[in-house]
Design a binder for this molecule. Structure first.
Ligand code: ZN
Length: 70
């Protein structure tokens, strides 16, 4: 599984999971420990255009803000 994280604060993450030959993208928001930690799954997308649309609707980010997590 590949994971991408935003460069601004690290709280927005996208995981890319290969399922039956196609990537499934999952958008997750992580909370800081002082806010109780944990995470919310904000949505899933079946393609890069869908993921870009999801980011636009649910986050202040675009695809260009994401980089692959180490
Ligand atoms: Zn950020």
């Amino acid at each position: 599984m590949r994971e991408f994280v935003c460069g601004c604060c690290g709280r927005w993450r996208v995981t890319a999971e290969l399922i039956r030959g196609r990537y499934r993208y999952r958008l997750v928001r992580r909370y800081r420990p002082e806010f109780g930690g944990g995470k919310d799954v904000l949505g899933e997308a079946g393609s890069i255009p869908e993921l870009a649309d999801l980011l636009t609707r649910r986050t202040p980010l675009t695809l260009a803000d994401l980089r692959e997590a180490a």
